[in-house]
Design a protein around this ligand. Sequence first.
Ligand SMILES: Cc1cc2nc3c(=O)[nH]c(=O)nc-3n(C[C@H](O)[C@H](O)[C@H](O)COP(=O)(O)O)c2cc1C
Length: 199
Amino acid sequence: MNEQSLSVREAIIGRRSIKKFNGQPVDRDDLMRIIDDAVWAPNHQNREPWRLVVACGKEIFQLYKLLRDTTIPKWKELTDEALDKQMQKFTTVGAFVFVIVPEDVRQKQRLEDYAAASTFIQNIQLLAWDYGIGSCWKTPDFLDAPTFREAIGAKPGERIISMLQLGYFDELPKAVERKKAKEIVTIFGKLDEEEEKEV
Ligand SMILES: Cc1cc2nc3c(=O)[nH]c(=O)nc-3n(C[C@H](O)[C@H](O)[C@H](O)COP(=O)(O)O)c2cc1C
C-alpha cells in the first residue's frame, strides 16, 4: 500500500525513466489502483480511448515466453545461461502494461486519441512513481508485428502504442538537462528591441 505522497511538481520533476529494474514484482492491486486513478486523464468527448493488456503476477511468465520467441528467434540454440542473460531485460521488470488505442479513420480524432492516451500513460508513470515504482514507456518495433499483435489481442483498427514497463529499482538514473522556458517560449505580440525604441 502506498505511504508516500509526492506533490505534483515533485513527481513531474523527480520521475525518471527506469531502464534497469531489480526483479521485485509489482503487486497487481497496486497496479490496478494506479490505473483506476490514471484514467482521470484529459480526453476529448470523454472517449477514454484506451484499453490495457497487463502482465503482472504469475501471468508474467507467459509474457516472458512471448517476448523470448519474438525477440530471440534462435533462442533454442543458446545455452540456458546465455538465454537467461538475454532475457534479463524482461525478467527483471515487475509488470508490463500494453496500452492499446483505437486508430480512428478520421485524422483529428486519431491524433486526439493518441494525445489523450499519452496523458493517461504519463498519469500512470507519475502515480507509479509516487508508489516508489519506476517505469519506462517503450516502443519496440515488434509492437506492430502481426504475430505479436495477435498474441497480445490487438484487434484490427487498434494500435499498441506503448509497452510500459514498471518495477522497482536500485539506482536512480541521472536526468538529462531540459531546455528552460525562455529557450522555448515566444511571447506573442512582444515588440523586438528596434520597434520598442521607436515607440
Ligand atoms: C513515446 C515514447 C517512446 C519511448 N520509447 C522508448 C524506447 O523504446 N526505449 C527506451 O529505452 N525509452 C523509450 N522512451 C523513454 C525515453 O527514452 C525517456 O523518456 C527519455 O530518455 C527522457 O528520460 P526521462 O523519462 O527519465 O525524463 C520513450 C518515451 C516516449 C515518451
